[in-house]
Ligand binder design. Structure first.
Ligand code: ADP
Ligand code: ADP
Length: 229
């Protein structure tokens, strides 16, 4: 079993309309598995179940061998980092927004210093215009800039498991490519579940799952799926 394992998962928001009808997906430790499929196929529902926004109605989900129903949402958040489609920022500085969620966690000065260095490294890697904005308020950022903040937050948290839920789908093509490059770096050697709407954005995934009408229609590498088309 992988670091993340969905086994025969069933779920419906409305009992009359099943969304997931027996889904089994394994994400081995350090690997990247992508779930693609048309809008409404149930892709985001998988990430919501993994994060315990909802609980499965049949089957099970395990993280490192432990059933997520036996784990609190708080402890799940400690091991799973999520970059969502639309990042909601606080009306505070970008620096604050990047640090959000880590303030309580870092109780020693040493840790705080290490964090500051990590942030500084990340900031230095950013385009100049964005770098200048770090002391400014987050609310006026564009979609791409908000996603950079979300990625910075995730890098800082360094979670062993990563969920990328259509993290670039709200962006224009050029920004999407930039953000995608950053995400490829963050997900390397990390257990990653990617939710995507297009096959072309998940070329590097170790396995791609195609979800359709609540079941797995196809699975394979990017090359294998392209060949079958
Ligand atoms: P995808 O991510 O593949 O676009 P979702 O997992 O978001 O699909 O949604 C799957 C289906 O479930 C859609 O038809 C959507 O309308 C429905 N759905 C999503 N969230 C809810 C909800 N909270 N209540 C009822 N139906 C929902
Ligand atoms: P922890 O404090 O356990 O590290 P948080 O509860 O702060 O985790 O949040 C986990 C992740 O979920 C954060 O990295 C953040 O990106 C995201 N998140 C939390 N709250 C929101 C929110 N209101 N809107 C968007 N993303 C959020």
């Amino acid at each position: 079993k992988g670091a993340i394992s969905f086994t025969d998962v069933h779920f419906a928001y409305d009992p009359a309309r099943p969304i997931l009808k027996g889904i089994s997906i394994d994400v081995p430790a350090g690997k990247t598995v992508a779930v693609v499929g048309p809008s409404g196929a149930g892709k985001s529902t998988l990430s919501r179940l993994l994060y315990r926004f909802y609980d499965v109605q049949g089957g099970s989900i395990t993280v490192d061998g432990q059933d997520v129903r036996d784990v609190t949402q708080k402890s799940l958040r400690a091991v799973i980092g999520m970059v969502p489609q639309d990042t909601v920022l606080f009306n505070d500085t970008i620096a604050y927004n990047i640090r959000y969620g880590r303030i309580e966690a870092s109780d020693s000065d040493v840790e705080a210093a290490a964090e500051a260095a990590q942030i500084a490294d990340f900031i230095r890697s950013l385009p100049e215009g964005f770098r200048a904005m770090v002391g400014e308020r987050g609310l006026k950022l564009s979609g791409g800039e908000k996603q950079r903040v979300a990625i910075a937050r995730t890098i800082l948290k360094a979670p062993p498991i990563l969920i990328l839920d259509e993290a670039t789908s709200a962006l224009d093509t050029k920004t999407e490519q930039e953000i995608q490059a950053a995400l490829d770096i963050v997900s390397r050697n990390r257990t990653t579940l990617v939710i995507a709407h297009r096959l072309s954005t998940v070329i590097h995934a170790d396995e791609i799952i195609v979800l359709k009408d609540g079941v797995i229609a196809e699975r394979g590498t990017h090359g294998e799926l392209i060949d079958r088309d």
